[in-house]
Write a protein that binds this ligand. Structure first.
Ligand SMILES: Nc1nc2c(ncn2[C@@H]2O[C@H](COP(=O)(O)OP(=O)(O)O)[C@@H](O)[C@H]2O)c(=O)[nH]1
Ligand SMILES: [Mg+2]
Length: 198
């Protein structure tokens, strides 16, 4: 089966501290409930990342060492409507601290629900991230929930909305049917390989 083998959670960080940088970082970020943990588990073929239908439980940065070639960095979700300002600040401080200090960060995948283009939380995140210059791609999650006949229309809508933040590759995926996972995996392997060649 496709996917990454030999994956190990090597560090969980609740506040900014030293983290491993001996391998390139591939980061994943999106609002809570977007399907980040499910995607990571599907890529790993294992239930390593904690999934939940109740958002708001994970507020840590998790580093997974993947096949000895990269760290996948699971950045905490954001966009909890019911959290305090203080909690939101703590989130921003942690994620911003990581983005500002990581020298190994190669690429960031921004996860967006394939069904809902231009959600306020996603737009706010894109705006905020445009202040960071690392390479980014968009992963459209839960694409199994989109009727085939609607997929092109929705993809184009996402592209229209996000074009003002830059040019991105789009990866429509489903953790349930596993569609799109192979392309995403190949792209990640390509990113890490080409970093080695630079
Ligand atoms: N149909 C479908 N549901 C999904 C998919 N990925 C995640 N979910 C569901 O969406 C909810 C949130 O998923 P989770 O991975 O915990 O999201 P996270 O908060 O971003 O880590 C859970 O109920 C998942 O079962 C997907 O690809 N297809
Ligand atoms: Mg999660």
């Amino acid at each position: 089966m496709a996917g990454f083998t030999k994956v190990e959670l090597v560090k969980t960080m609740y506040t900014l501290e030293d983290f491993p940088e001996d391998l390139p970082h591939i980061a994943f970020l999106g609002r809570s409930n977007v399907g980040k943990s499910s995607l990571l588990n599907a890529l790993f073929n294992r239930r390593l990342a904690h999934t939940s239908s109740k958002p708001g439980k994970t507020r840590s940065v998790n580093f997974y060492r993947v096949e000895g070639f990269a760290y996948f960095v699971d950045l905490p979700g954001y966009g909890y409507t019911r959290v305090s300002k203080q909690e939101r600040r703590a989130w921003a401080k942690l994620v911003e601290g990581y983005l500002n200090s990581s020298r190994a960060l190669e690429h960031i995948f921004i996860l967006i629900d394939a069904r809902h283009p231009s959600q306020t939380m996603d737009i706010l995140l894109m705006e905020w991230l445009s202040g960071f210059t690392m390479a980014k791609s968009i992963v459209l999650t839960k694409v199994d929930k989109v009727k085939r006949s609607q997929r092109t229309r929705l993809l184009n809508e996402h592209k229209n909305v996000l074009s003002r933040f830059g040019e991105f590759l789009y990866f429509p995926v489903s953790a349930v049917t596993r569609e799109g996972l192979h392309d995403l995996e190949e792209f990640i392997r390509f990113l890490v390989r080409s970093r080695g060649e630079r």
